[in-house]
Write a new protein. Sequence first.
Length: 153
Amino acid sequence: MTKILFICHGNICRSPMAEMVMKNLVKKAGLEKDFYIDSAATDRDEIGNGMHHGTITELKKHEIPFTNHRARLVKIDDYNDFDFLICMDDENLAHLERRIGNDTDGKVHKLLEYCGKNRDVADPWYTGNFIETYADVTEGCKALLEQITVKNH
């Protein structure tokens, strides 16, 4: 089973969007039994809060099912428990390293690396543009899933 943890600052916008998009992609591919997908925050600001209304609106617009998500803080154990720890931006990478230490196993990456882009996922917290964030997240998740399934088959 491949375990993926999506990570952003507060776990209310980008990382839960990525979690729900990836779960939907995996389900459509008939691979649900092969994956465990979750999301977490690097910072405590939003712990216990639900997804941002903009994320919910965008998921509904694209008919992507979602759960009653509650933001949680990434734990040191998550490094051992997950195969991929996927951050949305450089700040997330730095904050994650502070929480879990060095990435000795090469598990930590930025989402858009998987589609050959060296940039952050657009942050709707600052821009209010959840459409752009959804486009980034969807492109990154599709590329990540493709790389994992190619490698595993």
